[in-house]
Design a protein around this ligand. Structure first.
Ligand SMILES: [Zn+2]
Length: 219
């Protein structure tokens, strides 16, 4: 899943208004932020197999350090504690922890059974939404629309950057999603991993936009 994770991040601002959208993006996408790095250093493996699922040619053979349920629970605790240590916001820390785990749940809905429960990579599960392109796009778009709507209702722009920046960010995410559907991925796994590293820039962009918006008093 791609847009669905950002939807979870945007929507979480409603329940954890003190948390920057940058932190929310990082938590909701933490497994996908780790995955290209772990793939590049050889700790995780995937292949490019045309038609692996109808939606994506990426075959995720081994990615339990970033994408097993147990590891994502552990990462959720780690990220939540780091945030708590820095900001002292308990509610925000819990939301951050839950967001990391939400990544596994949303990927479990989308992936074919390649999502491990434990880091030993046994017992792999997945509901396989990706086998149906139309259903995937419908579910992700609806989630994304709802998430962005909640964020835009919860916060208000302080200035032009906050106003325009949000819609540029949202437009960029939507465009990236469409591009990924229309244009086949780069031919090598290394190129896929390197381009996936761009996700880190989106975390910075979200933090930047969020600094130019504030939480509405009676939203
Ligand atoms: Zn993922």
């Amino acid at each position: 899943m791609f847009l669905g994770h950002f939807a979870a991040a945007f929507a979480s601002k409603r329940v954890a208004p003190k948390v920057s959208l940058g932190w929310l993006f990082a938590a909701a996408q933490w497994p996908d932020l780790l995955w290209p790095i772990l793939s590049l250093i050889g700790m995780e493996h995937f292949r490019i197999v045309k038609g692996d699922t109808a939606f994506t040619p990426l075959a995720f053979d081994y990615f339990p350090w970033s994408h097993s349920l147990l590891m994502d629970c552990a990462w959720g605790v780690v990220l939540g504690l780091i945030y708590l240590g820095r900001r002292g916001d308990k509610r925000g820390a819990i939301v951050i922890g839950l967001l990391v785990v939400s990544h596994w749940v949303l990927d479990w809905i989308t992936h074919r059974p390649d999502m491990a429960i434990l880091p030993n990579n046994d017992h792999r599960v997945g509901l396989g939404l990706w086998n149906n392109v139309a259903a995937t796009i419908a579910v992700e778009s609806l989630l994304f629309g709802a998430g962005v709507w909640l964020y835009s209702r919860t916060t208000v722009a302080r200035d032009r950057v906050g106003r325009l920046g949000l819609w540029i960010l949202v437009g960029f995410l939507a465009l990236t999603y469409v591009t990924n559907i229309v244009i086949p991925p780069p031919p090598s796994t290394i190129a896929v991993s390197i381009s996936a590293l761009a996700l880190w820039l989106l975390v910075l962009a979200a933090a930047y936009v969020d600094r130019h918006r504030e939480v509405k008093m009676n939203s």
